[in-house]
Write a protein that binds this ligand. Structure first.
Ligand SMILES: [Zn+2]
Length: 215
């Protein structure tokens, strides 16, 4: 084996081992980034409405736990979410985002404020939000007005459940429409929260503590 080939193999080995540690990398040959890489949704689409509740004090914690209102997710979650949003836009709706990826440090901070597993996932276990595969969303209509889903985001009560049927036909059909479209695009719904969706292909990703940039 000539020395050039040896060097090439050696550098390939290093690239592979670095990749294995970080999980997130750019493919040296094709230039494509892996689908588990954390990315900012804004770099891929301008078609979403942002209402990132944890970047404000308007949430059940009454505390601002994010420095700014960005939506970070793994690339595969971003792709599936954009596909879902394209479906919604064909019908005159758009996805409104309440929460996306949540770094583990922030999960710990939230757990310190409310140490109740009914409301906050125990950081020891972590949630799909901590894995970059979950989103909390609603819809806005063509005028930008939020669609009535029967309860507010993070409403803790049975009225927020997909199984709660004592709501108007209009609300039930909007919840069903949201759920059907998200499932079609690779997400699972969560029975007790109409706003929460997990990417099926993201359930086994690692809990992560990525940071996003605030300008
Ligand atoms: Zn959620």
């Amino acid at each position: 084996m000539n020395s050039f080939l040896k060097l090439l193999l050696l550098s390939l080995f290093f690239i592979t081992s670095i990749n294995a540690q970080n999980e997130t990398y750019t493919d040296e040959v094709s230039g494509e980034i892996s689908d588990t890489t954390f990315v900012n949704l804004r770099d891929y689409s301008n078609d979403f409405v942002y209402d990132m509740k944890y970047a404000t004090e308007d949430n059940f914690l009454k505390a601002k736990v994010y420095d700014c209102a960005e939506c970070m997710l793994r690339l595969k979650t971003v792709r599936a979410l954009i596909a879902a949003n394209n479906d919604f836009m064909k019908k005159g709706f758009r996805i409104k985002l309440y929460d996306c990826y949540r770094p583990l440090d922030i999960q710990k901070k939230m757990w310190e404020i409310v140490s109740n597993p009914e409301y906050v996932a125990d950081p020891k276990k972590g949630s799909i939000h901590n894995r970059g595969g979950a989103v909390d969303i609603s819809l806005v209509d063509i005028t930008g007005k939020e669609v009535d889903m029967g309860t507010s985001f993070d409403f803790f009560g049975i009225q927020a459940s997909h199984n709660f049927k004592q709501l108007s036909k209009e609300i039930l059909s909007k919840r069903a429409y949201l759920k059907k479209t998200m499932i079609k695009n690779g997400f699972n719904s969560f029975d007790s929260e109409w706003w929460h969706y997990n990417l099926k292909a993201g359930l086994k990703d690692k809990v992560a503590n990525e940071k996003w940039k605030c300008n």
